[in-house]
Design a protein around this ligand. Structure first.
Ligand SMILES: NC(=O)c1ccc[n+]([C@@H]2O[C@H](COP(=O)([O-])OP(=O)(O)OC[C@H]3O[C@@H](n4cnc5c(N)ncnc54)[C@H](O)[C@@H]3O)[C@@H](O)[C@H]2O)c1
Ligand SMILES: [Zn+2]
Ligand SMILES: [Zn+2]
Length: 355
């Protein structure tokens, strides 16, 4: 089969590789019908994730069709259309039993880490993928949900919702600021209304992204490169600060921006993946009674979000901006890596060639 193979920093190729086979009774083999590229894949390409070894097939998002199941798989059958979760979960370890799938203790890939596709085992940017713990790591997709809607439920929608909106304790009437209007920040914007956010402020340096944010439910947008941006955000509150600030970039600067926007008693929800330490001014912050949260997505809300996508209550399809066939995947990487020029949000890569 063909797959997108990582060859070391800066190197990827669409190569011939052996097709995956069932290794454990709880595995399934899935023919990948639709996949996409995550910002994390670009981090890997830069060499920021050294655990990814040359020869690894990348990708942790996908929708496909089950072609083979191991002897202990009972929740999915050959022929089912499924969402492949970006997080493996065995479903019965101590962490899985509390919903902490991100730290699944199942041995596959590595015990204690849920994100293994395109990281510690071969991923979804391939014609076929082996899915460990298929009973819990796959979700059947109803006819009414398209592949390109479904693929947003592998990673970005649960991430923005769980690590942004839920961890930030959004409650009815809140003013919520989201720093970073990339796919993950937009996923938080698109789901903040589920908990009754009254004002959702998208904050980004890129005006194109802010225009896109309005389509996902942002009530206000603020360009953070402009002088007075913080005052513009505070003017949308009672003056004391926002109730919830969601950081969806992953830099010291944007984390500090989030902490500086929140009211006493408010919440800062860090979603961004950080590559360097960030300082926290506890001498000033201790008295503010704020709560700061962070974490890797569990993708435990994917089944619930899938229902809302099916009902048209979460605009999953709007994330898909560009379409490619598998043999054009290197072009998809190029388009996605130049998002500020190309206006790409999520690039859709499909088995059937785009027409
Ligand atoms: N916690 C998790 O489980 C998890 C899962 C998936 C992704 N992530 C992380 O979420 C973050 C966002 O992902 P994405 O795919 O949306 O990324 P992205 O790079 O597409 O979007 C980031 C956005 O931030 C904006 N930005 C950059 N610097 C800024 C600044 N100084 N002020 C305001 N805006 C700024 C960019 O213009 C861009 O629109 C990344 O760090 C990613 O690794 C976390
Ligand atoms: Zn991802
Ligand atoms: Zn587990």
């Amino acid at each position: 089969m063909k797959a997108l193979v990582y060859g070391g920093p800066g190197l990827i190729s669409w190569s011939d590789v052996p097709a995956p086979v069932i290794r454990h009774p709880s595995d399934a083999i899935v023919r990948v019908d639709t996949t996409t590229i995550c910002g994390t894949d670009l981090h890997i390409l830069k060499g920021d994730v050294p655990a990814v070894e040359p020869g690894r097939i990348l990708g942790h998002e996908g929708v496909g069709t089950v072609t083979e199941v191991g002897s202990s798989v009972s929740n999915v059958n050959v022929g089912d259309r499924v969402i492949i979760s970006c997080i493996k979960s065995c479903g019965h370890c101590a962490n899985c039993r509390t919903g902490l799938y991100s730290h699944c203790l199942g041995e596959e890939g590595r015990s204690g880490i849920g994100w293994i596709f395109g990281h510690l085992i071969d991923g979804t940017q391939a014609e076929y993928v082996r899915v460990p713990y298929a009973d819990n790591s796959l979700h059947a997709l109803p006819e009414s949900v398209t592949d390109e809607q479904g693929v947003m439920l592998s990673d970005i929608l649960p991430t923005g919702f769980e690590i942004g909106v839920q961890a930030g304790h959004v409650t009815p009437g809140d003013v919520v600021a989201v720093i970073g209007a990339g796919p993950v920040g937009l996923a938080a914007i698109a789901t903040a209304g589920l908990y009754g956010a009254a004002t959702i402020v998208a904050i980004d340096l890129d005006e194109g992204r802010l225009n896109q944010a309005k389509d996902f439910g942002a009530t206000n947008v603020v360009v953070s490169g402009a002088a007075g941006w913080r005052e513009d955000v505070l003017a949308l509150t009672d003056g004391a600060g926002v109730d919830v600030a969601i950081e969806a970039v992953g830099t010291p600067q944007t984390f500090t921006m989030a902490v500086g926007l929140v009211r006493p008693g408010g919440h800062v929800a860090n979603v961004g993946v950080h590559g360097q330490p960030v300082s926290l001014n506890l001498a000033e912050l201790w008295i503010q009674n704020i709560t700061i949260s962070m974490g890797l997505v569990n993708a435990s809300t994917t089944p619930m979000l899938l229902k809302l996508v099916a009902q048209g209550k979460v605009p999953a399809g709007k994330f898909a901006t560009h379409h490619f066939s598998f043999d054009q995947i290197l072009g998809a990487y190029d388009t996605f890596s130049r998002a500020s020029e190309t206006k790409a949000l999520k690039v859709i890569i499909s088995r059937v060639s785009a027409t």
